[in-house]
Write a protein that binds this ligand. Structure first.
Ligand code: GLA
Ligand code: ZN
Length: 675
């Protein structure tokens, strides 16, 4: 349990009482009660209020809010307020201001704006976190710490440059080692003095979006930035833990946010939390995959849904309203996939600045007679009814899809073979097929224990880090099924090619050699022609993006290309390796192939779907203490028929016993406990 003080799914969200007068607070209290809200995240952007000048702290307003919220029965997720530095700090200490990729020194403004290597920022952010922890350590309202807010971005200032050199010296030891690792003889880049190394910005190696001349330095700068920002988080974490060792600490992550290596970050979070902002056209399977990734960061431990909007965003190009029922449906989607909290941004809509049109539980009209409030209150009541039943329940997947941040940097930064290559999109293709088949899936990091799984899929595993190939071999040898795709096994962690034929270190387990890689134009397609019937796969399917020209070296050829000069060369292979097998998909297939392929793999590995649910109906399962809860989420606007098979269930929200055929209403949710 995240904190046993509140043994239910936490309900509430970001709240900014400092922007309002006292009589509004009384209204908030009344309406929180009506909505079943029991958690408020406060103090997210109040650094300037808390520390009006360098040597002057003033927590009177926060004391009042903590006491008031406690008295009215609301717990607090207490932020450390360091998500935006005060104006006086920016003026007095220019080192806190970032330098952007074009070399511009930022002025005061915006948020998430501090240089992560600024001595001033580090000193004062840790100091205020410590002061807050000391002050509120015994406060009965305190439930969890929320450090800063949505860390991210990059800085290219002189401090960062100097720290980067120190970081490189630690990593490589000598300049010879660094020159070799980055292959600096290319374009005459050999370094003879550490001081010659400058950050890879638009003034040096990079241009545009993720374009670079030197992958080695660009990759290392991303690692360095992710680490530098993590260090800032850890300084606050340590300052807090000195006073409240037993109160959990988190910071809100952002799903597939590209710039921070969240698997590394998660090691230092007591609980993972994240902000979920899909838009109207985000596939529900993409949101599901992101929840699964957030759960995977800590090997399946429940996470917090820290933010979502009750109705609409303000920062998307078109801020559609969540249709009636969708907020509830998407809240349960998070819970189904491992969230033990449902929190919003924000509880009350602000009056001014850029988030005044962002949805909130309490809208500008100020009363409870709104569609949004009614929906929120209804969900609040249900979460109270569910109590602690679902808390800490875990998912049990037999399929793991590997996702790796460093690999995402490498595939983004690489020059060629195609600008259309999108690692996350390729990962989603596999996830989407499994999602449609109602197969429970984990999203896992390269460090995860593969032996928990029967099927491990590592799409576009372009960068193969030390030890990964060995791990894949051991997993496969022991009977596992391993799948990878085109553009895998090509480089090491510095983007240096593994010589001796693609897919490099994965060649042995796959039993193939990829001689060349063809990049297709967006409107160009090739064909996957099955060599016979395999399960539901027969005939031909479309593929595109990249086509590896593969030779089987021991692997069995299941399908061949149907077009072009490499017609007849393998496009789908299977290699027996020890007790298991390893598949290679040499091009990016269309959806119907994917579905058939994944269905075959699951069938062969004996992995069962959770339910035979119709199109648009999502399933996910959590279990604990011998009880298992099957979530059925109808994303269709219309009712759907469900065939429950021979099983008997109790539906937790209605208490009804269900078996045989049942109807799930449009946008409805069932939480079925197996009897
Ligand atoms: C982010 C931030 C919040 C708020 C919301 C708006 O998630 O953490 O402070 O700006 O976006 O959607
Ligand atoms: Zn900097």
């Amino acid at each position: 349990m995240i904190n046993s003080k509140l043994p239910k799914i936490w309900y509430g969200g970001d709240y900014n009482p400092e922007q309002w007068e006292q009589e509004i607070w009384r209204e908030d209290e009344r309406m929180f009660k009506l909505a079943g809200i029991d958690v408020a995240t406060i103090n997210v952007f109040s650094w300037a209020l808390n520390q009006p000048s360098e040597h002057d702290y003033d927590f009177a307003w926060l004391d009042e809010q903590m006491d008031r919220l406690h008295q009215s029965g609301t717990y607090v997720c207490l932020a450390t307020s360091t998500g935006a530095h005060p104006a006086w700090m920016a003026r007095q200490y220019p080192d806190v201001r970032r330098v952007d990729k074009n070399g511009h020194k930022r002025q005061f403004g915006g948020r998430h704006n501090s240089c992560p290597n600024s001595p001033t920022y580090r000193k004062y952010s840790a100091a205020i976190a410590g002061k807050l922890a000391e002050r509120y350590k015994d406060h009965p309202a305190l439930l969890i710490w929320h450090v800063s807010n949505e860390y991210g971005g990059m800085c290219y200032c002189e401090n960062c440059a100097a720290e980067f050199r120190v970081w490189l010296q630690k990593k490589y030891g000598t300049l010879e080692a660094l020159n070799k690792a980055w292959n600096t003889r290319f374009w005459g880049h050999t370094f003879y003095d550490w001081e010659e190394i400058v950050p890879p910005s638009d003034l040096s190696e990079e241009w545009g979006h993720n374009r670079t001349n030197f992958q080695g330095i660009s990759l290392d700068y991303r690692r360095f930035m992710s680490n530098s920002i993590l260090d800032c988080y850890r300084l606050e974490y340590d300052a807090i833990k000195q006073h409240t060792p037993d109160i959990p600490v988190t910071t809100n992550l952002m799903g597939f946010y590209p710039e921070l290596d969240y698997f590394e970050w998660a090691k230092y979070l007591d609980v993972v939390s994240w902000d979920n902002y899909p838009s109207l056209d985000t596939p529900v399977s993409f949101t599901a995959m992101t929840h699964d990734l957030m759960r995977g960061l800590k090997s399946g431990k429940p996470f917090m849904l820290m933010e979502q909007t009750p109705s609409q965003q303000n920062w998307q190009p078109y801020n559609s309203l969540k249709r009636p029922g969708v907020m509830r449906l998407w809240s349960y989607q998070a819970v189904a996939r491992g969230a033990d909290t449902v929190l919003f941004f924000q509880l009350r809509r602000s009056v001014g600045a850029c988030e005044k049109y962002h949805g909130a539980v309490i809208e500008h009209v100020g009363h409870e007679n709104t569609r949004v409030f009614r929906e929120c209150a209804e969900l609040g009541r249900e979460l109270q009814q569910l109590g602690d039943t679902l808390l800490d329940a875990r998912s049990q997947a037999k399929v793991g899809i590997v996702y790796d941040w460093e690999n995402s940097w490498a595939t983004d930064l690489t020059s060629g073979p195609s600008v259309a290559l999108d690692y996350v999109k390729e990962v989603h293709k596999f996830y989407h097929a499994l999602f449609d088949l109602n197969i429970q899936t984990d999203m896992i990091g390269v460090e995860e224990d593969f032996s928990k799984y029967d099927l491990v899929i590592a799409p576009v595993m372009y960068m193969v880090k030390a030890g990964f190939a060995d791990k894949v071999e051991r997993f496969t040898e022991a009977g596992g099924t391993f799948v990878t795709t085109f553009f895998s096994g090509i480089v090491n962690e510095n983007d240096i090619v593994t010589l001796g034929g693609y897919p490099g270190e994965l060649r042995k387990v796959l039993g193939i050699w990829a001689e060349e890689i063809d990049a297709l134009f967006p409107d160009q397609r090739n064909e996957i022609v099955m060599k016979g019937q395999w399960g539901g796969l027969k005939g031909s399917y479309e593929c595109g993006l990249l086509c590896d020209l593969v030779h089987a070296e021991g692997a069995e050829v299941l399908a061949e290309y149907g077009q072009d000069f490499y017609r007849g060369m393998p496009v789908l292979t299977r290699n027996k390796f020890g007790k298991g097998q390893a598949y290679y998909v040499a091009s990016s297939p269309d959806e119907s192939f994917m579905k058939g392929f994944l269905a075959n793999l699951c069938e062969e590995a004996g992995i069962q779907p959770l339910l035979a649910a119709p199109e648009g109906v999502e399933t996910a399962e959590r279990s604990k203490d011998g009880r298992s809860f099957l979530f059925v989420l109808n994303h269709n606007a219309e009712d759907s028929e469900l065939e429950l098979g021979g099983n008997k269930f109790k539906e937790l929200l209605s208490d009804a016993e269900l078996a045989g055929t049942t109807t799930i209403p449009g946008r409805g949710v069932l939480i079925l406990e197996r009897l």
